[in-house]
Design a protein around this ligand. Sequence first.
Ligand code: B3K
Ligand code: ZN
Length: 873
Amino acid sequence: PPTIHLKDYRPPEFLIDQVDLRFELDPDTTQVEATLAIRRNPAATRGDGNLRLDGEQLELEYLAIDDRPLARSEYRVEPEALILRRVPDRFRLVTRVRIHPARNTALEGLYQSGSMLCTQCEAEGFRRITYFLDRPDVMARFSTTLIADRDRFPILLANGNPGPSQDLGDGRHLARWDDPFPKPCYLFALVAGDLHQVEDRFTTASGREVSLRLFVEPEHHDQCEHAMRSLKKAMRWDEERYGREYDLDVYLIVAVSHFNMGAMENKGLNIFNAKYVLARPDTATDQDYLGIQGVIAHEYFHNWTGNRITCRDWFQLSLKEGFTVFRDQEFSADMGSRDVTRIADVRNLRNRQFPEDSGPLAHPVRPDAYIEINNFYTATVYEKGAELVRMLATLLGPDAFRRGTDLYFARHDGQAVTIEDFIACLAEASGRDLGPFLRWYAQPGTPELEVRDQWEDETGTYRLTIRQRIPATSDRPSSGPLPIPVAVGLLDAKGRDLPLHLADEPAPTPAGTRVLELHTDETSFRFVGLAARPIPSLLRGFSAPVKVRYDYSDQDLVFLMTHDSDGFNRWDAAQSLAQRLLLQGVSEPNTPLPSGFIDAFRRTLTDEDADPGLRAEILTLPSEAYLGDQMETVDVEGIHRARETLIGQIATTLRAELLATYRANQDPGPYRLTPLAIGRRALKNLALAYLMHTSDDETLALCQAQFAAHQNMTDVMAALRWLVEAGGETADQALDAFYRRWSDDALVVDKWFGIQALSQRDDTLLRVESLLDHEAFTMTNPNRLRSLVGTFCLMNQLRFHAASGAGYVFLVDRVLELDPKNPQIAARLVQALAQWRRFDETRRGLMRGQLERLFHTPDLSKDVYEVVAKTLG
Ligand code: B3K
Ligand code: ZN
């Protein structure tokens, strides 16, 4: 398959101003008539005079230019295109095609989900609906007419504002939708179904009335409240924080059960994976609730960052995704606990993006080549991209950053632009030269900061020297030093923040954090006027997506973990210390714990003044996969043993405190979603996890009682997790009871599969294999597939990487089964093998063998081919 390069970008030779679509909808065969107002692009160089429209799996029935049907000699149909010979400079094209939604298992284009019909067009799905210039820099006005059976599809939705509807008298009805805003076709959407509607209203800052409508399958009518509330909060927040208002009369969200990813920001008609809409305290966990709030906001924020201003080409994907993730992260931080939100975001970055950035699939935030663009909706484009925007916001400060985004929205509204265009607005509004910052978008790999310090007692001077090192990637020269904001504080012996006085400044800045900027390979900062050697708190709030190397003693880390005024760094110090002890435990299993470690744990556990959510984070040990990522060669069993040992030591030594914490944070009241309530549940369930490590009769009874109490899904899942881990009859009984209670709720059944796939018991693979035959298992629902196969292969390091290699064979069997049906999901699964070079020789050989087995399979999809080829290198 061909590789597409950024350097080959050319403006489109033709533009499309207006699109009128008419659908006669039916799951088996749908007819799509498109009327396109096309004209030559005056800004483009003239090609051969032919027009090439994208189209895949379309059956062409009719084709006319300016009402004249074309003769066979005037066009050519190829598998992925329709070529029109010698077209006029301006004309009206009518095409009519037939497509087959019920046969569409890739869930791209128009497809069937349960009894409804819906679409997914990003990145290149629109070409499976009709012939078009399927590229984001072709922006057109769309009108959509939908015709369908009135009983089967009483609800008919598309982008924009609703127009007239009509009963056709033959059992069918018609609805029309008009979208006044020009958009690229990847933002097109339609939905047809028998859906329950929940309605609310929102008045924008300037007084515009917007009708908000949520559509779900009727049985989910009572799981919509949280999503609706989240939407209204997001709308208000974007007005206050970015001055952005909503622009249509209606905002529609539809929850569908079959969806390849989280959600999609189609103009005025968001289509969501039901997982990111539906919630009730007894069906959804706190993490589900937060996920819904974040994704609802994310898709809403896209209305400005993505829709009103879109990407010139798919290489610019992070222009909309990085910025929008940054926006949703800040929204979530404002709605909840800022520290806990930041910790979760950074943990996610370190667990998913750092390995990606150091492995065979590493790519810059703006990739410069791809085979299949769907493979580039990655942690790098999204999460690292968000960190880049965060650094820009930090470097500019809130006022200049806001002036910059205001300028961006004003200047580029209605356009398809590049990352340079965005950076130029920030530069212009702030008066800063951001040229060097663009290197961040081109440079793959996680930079490392080497920090050294020096204390001069006589002069009271403390010098911090920071050296940046950008890891070499084989095919790319380093692009030069990166601008890096490093937020630091200095602590005195009591743990108080010191005023910071840089030698070349007239006066100190007040006690707290300040942002140091790196612009060269090595930079020194001299702090003066200090009474004693301070302890540095580095990279507060994770001010840049880098790894920091500084030679902290165990005692320093204990100190920071219990004293730092920066909550994020308290957590980070605890992580560093735990990581150090655990890795030591891998190589020398019987090393005693450093003095102070257990004490610091005890103090954190019992520190009633601190945020319980933050305390729970601090007391959570790094995952096995994260630890593996810190080793030269991943020692699968060694890591597991070391981690279990440390958990055991903590659980035994602190048993009394853990029990007390568990009891003190029980909350018999109604479910509340405040940061405090969430934090208390997290802390309580963390205590339960440690206690269940030994699982004697007393703790087992607590756990069973919590499971049986059905207080809320957060508590039920936490209890079930450890009951399953404990094994035996109690585990089976709990699983049976859970399944019986919830077998009608697909999202809860997903949890039931997931928890079994996550188990560290040694028969997990056997269990997962037998669950493939369970009545509720199906490969055709992505959520179900991810809950069983995805969870096992991507989240269970110990059992997936069993030395026998059985996990690898299991994975590749599934990928081969899935690839012909849903290549996007198949390609995601293959990524479980991406780190194969990091393992011992035996596992390396086994993984490589399975990758080669894939590589030699005929007719692989582009998606899987690209991932496998790059992974094998
Ligand atoms: N823009 C979509 C993702 C589309 C993925 C296409 N394979 C969701 C989002 O980022 O909001
Ligand atoms: Zn997005």
